[in-house]
Design a protein around this ligand. Structure first.
Ligand SMILES: Cc1cc2nc3c(=O)[nH]c(=O)nc-3n(C[C@H](O)[C@H](O)[C@H](O)COP(=O)(O)OP(=O)(O)OC[C@H]3O[C@@H](n4cnc5c(N)ncnc54)[C@H](O)[C@@H]3O)c2cc1C
Length: 197
């Protein structure tokens, strides 16, 4: 019997795993389940999309017929809510159930909101998905100022994108300097100088 492989997530990790897997096995039945659409886009480019430097199509890093080429099924816009390891089954938010022989969870990360900061109020955004980037873009016309919480890679890229749109941007950083997990204080100085901070 063909093995049933299920991958949750169709972003960098899920797609990388699918491609590695298919190098060794073209027989097994592979299904990807994603909370987002079936389009495979780069989150790394989202800030450039916010900046208006890249169009939506430019974010895609695999062609439209990708799943056919890979002989894989995709179930988009379904959030997996339950994994039942004993029953080897996953359950999605619409009640869809899927049996598996092997399961790979490639669901990535999610933005960590500081306590007391609601994520679902007018004018407060996170930047993780295409939907987040579209929501930010939808606000650009009426916005003049932006406060970015977090001076890590995503925060700095978001600040850059918003600055490119002409907004006055303030970056609030909890650690001693921006990009604290990547560079030292001296290098951070150079970045801050460049950004006019
Ligand atoms: C704005 C931004 C800029 C970035 N810039 C860079 C950069 O310049 N360089 C760099 O190296 N990295 C960058 N990163 C980080 C990089 O994008 C991530 O490391 C990478 O996307 C991780 O891939 P992943 O597949 O592990 O997870 P993700 O890309 O987060 O994908 C997770 C997948 O799982 C799905 N999923 C999640 N939960 C569920 C669920 N319950 N049910 C079903 N599906 C689910 C999602 O829909 C998605 O398909 C950036 C990230 C962001 C947000």
């Amino acid at each position: 019997m063909k093995e049933r492989i299920v991958i949750i997530g169709n972003s960098a990790a899920g797609i990388g795993a699918l491609e590695a897997f298919r190098k060794h096995d073209r027989q097994s039945q592979v299904t990807l389940v994603s909370a987002e659409s079936d389009r495979i886009y780069s989150r790394c480019l989202l800030s450039y999309f916010v900046a208006g430097a890249v169009r939506e199509e430019g974010l895609l890093f695999r062609p439209d017929d990708y799943y056919r080429q890979m002989e894989a099924q995709v179930i988009p816009r379904r959030k997996v809510e339950l994994v039942d390891p004993a029953g080897q089954q996953i359950v999605c938010d619409d009640g869809t159930k899927l049996d598996y022989d092997k399961l790979l969870i490639a669901t990535g990360g999610s933005p960590k909101l500081p306590p007391n900061i609601p994520g679902d109020v007018e004018g407060v955004f996170v930047l993780r998905t295409m939907a987040d980037a579209l929501a930010i873009r939808g606000k650009l016309e009426s916005a003049r100022n932006a406060v970015v919480l977090g001076g890590g890679l995503v925060g700095m890229k978001a600040a850059f994108g918003l600055r490119k749109r002409g907004l006055a941007v303030t970056v609030v950083v909890q650690s001693r300097h921006v990009l604290s997990q990547m560079i030292d204080a001296g290098a951070a100085e150079l970045v801050m100088d460049k950004l006019g901070g």
